[in-house]
Write a protein that binds this ligand. Structure first.
Ligand SMILES: Nc1ncnc2c1ncn2[C@@H]1O[C@H](COP(=O)(O)OP(=O)(O)OP(=O)(O)O)[C@@H](O)[C@H]1O
Ligand SMILES: Nc1ncnc2c1ncn2[C@@H]1O[C@H](COP(=O)(O)OP(=O)(O)OP(=O)(O)O)[C@@H](O)[C@H]1O
Ligand SMILES: [Mg+2]
Ligand SMILES: [Mg+2]
Lengths: 257, 257
């Protein structure tokens, strides 16, 4: 198994980091070898998965990995199944570096950096920032598939269309293997009419692209950011259950190719 | 009265656009002349306030205003009190334009563009994207004050610190008049222990910077994105009430200088 997935959507706060973190964790628990890659200079994935301060990763993160084209040197080991290429806020200088200082193709630097180490992992999971800039381009060019997040609110629904166009463009120009693996509905508050309406509109428009698993809004998922992902209490299990179902769907879709 | 406010925080989905839109609307209802400026290439503020498609603003938006240093030509009139400088997704090319093609100071182009028309308005309200890039820098350099949003969740709380550092840096280097006007707690779900804990931690750390008004999570506020801002039903009034209180606090803080 060797599959790289970018978790993206340019609308802010749609559940990218939370989903990338939890799915990485669950795949590792199932025995897969996973490399999570934090590609957002806010370092949320790094904080979520390591529960460490970003200062610990200053000058030891994905930006240095790309500057030196040496990912191996900067991989942080969380456990024997789950590794991380961390981010810190210096990653904000990436666009200047790749457009001004770097000589190669600015779209494929992440892919070229990851290439030598990809075979060590079953899954590589890239967390993207909330915009369609050069970081998202790099993430998509380095991926076999992408999952877009849909928080059922109007701006996120609109954002899906532009995200899909970006995927199609890169597929035709740079990365013909890139698959739009699916759309994950998350932070669903199904007591509200609006959430249901947007969900059904997305279902009508995107049909099979939508994962049948829907992640509901649950306080426990927000609490995991502070405690780390736990599977001890009944609350923990209730919160992780839909993500466990999602992982089954995801593995099926990845293998189906 | 003449005061420019940037609504910012680099954490996605924290309520920047919603707050900027509703406060602009309410100030205009009170009789102030307001120019809302959409500085996010996703055009959410534009869609929210005009209820029009972004296609209507293609080639007629804030990017052209800055390229030609002519804001007047591109102002869209919503009503006689509320004007808008719209955005569309071509604004995503702003960083390339201002770093590569533009000869002047890349940090102050928005300020120089707005300068000639500022006196026509009592309030100018700038909606910023979720990152600390050149758009946020331009917004802050063009502002008399900034309001940061705090959604009571861990990553947004952490983001406040970096936002504050950015404000201090620009204040010392470029815009000595820039005031950190306040922090608005929004999307508060006060039934949850975590939200309360984060809110109290922010109160302890930031004290008077926090507005005493707290905006709770309400479905009606999300529904306004699709219907436009309404003040007809009891639900509408309940949703707008805290923002009406916020406007009072805001005016007091602006005048207090
Ligand atoms: N299903 C859920 N239920 C409750 N809270 C959630 C859920 N998913 C995510 N959250 C919370 O919502 C907030 C936004 O989620 P997250 O940071 O994962 O989104 P994001 O898309 O990565 O945001 P950004 O665009 O800023 O990178 C976080 O506080 C997170 O803990
Ligand atoms: N008080 C609230 N209650 C309920 N929903 C809210 C509230 N404030 C904002 N929302 C909804 O939450 C979502 C995010 O809000 P908004 O788009 O204003 O945040 P933002 O900070 O501008 O996001 P971005 O970082 O993507 O620009 C939107 O769907 C909005 O309608
Ligand atoms: Mg994130
Ligand atoms: Mg916004």
């Amino acid at each position: 198994m060797n599959f790289t997935i970018s978790w993206g959507i340019q609308k802010g706060g749609s559940g990218k980091t939370t989903s990338c973190a939890i799915v990485s964790h669950l795949l590792a628990e199932k025995g897969y070898r996973v490399l999570a890659i934090d590609f957002d200079s806010q370092g949320n994935l790094t904080q979520f998965l390591t529960q460490m301060s970003l200062f610990e990763f200053e000058d030891k993160n994905v930006l240095q990995a790309m500057e030196e084209k040496n990912a191996d040197k900067y991989i942080h080991i969380i456990n024997d199944r789950l590794h991380l290429l961390p981010a810190d806020d210096y990653l904000a200088t990436f666009s200047k570096f790749v457009y001004v200082d770097y000589d190669g193709n600015p779209q494929t630097l992440l892919q070229e950096t990851l290439e030598p180490i990809k075979s060590r992992y079953d899954f590589l999971m890239i967390d993207l920032p909330p915009n369609l800039g050069i970081e998202t381009i790099n993430g998509l060019c380095a991926s076999d598939g992408t999952i877009a997040l849909l928080q059922p609110e109007p701006f996120c629904y609109d954002a899906l269309q532009r995200y899909e166009e970006t995927v199609d463009l890169l597929k035709s120009q740079v990365n013909p293997n890139l698959r739009f693996l699916g759309i994950l509905t998350t932070m669903m508050d199904s007591r509200t009419v609006l959430d249901e309406a947007i969900y059904h509109r997305a279902k009508a428009r995107y049909e099979d692209l939508l994962f049948s698993t829907v992640i509901k809004r649950r306080v426990r998922l927000k609490e995991f950011t502070l405690s780390g992902i736990k599977n001890e209490s009944l609350k923990d299990q209730a919160a992780l259950r839909p993500y466990i179902d999602l992982v089954e769907e995801l593995i099926y879709r990845v293998k189906k190719e």
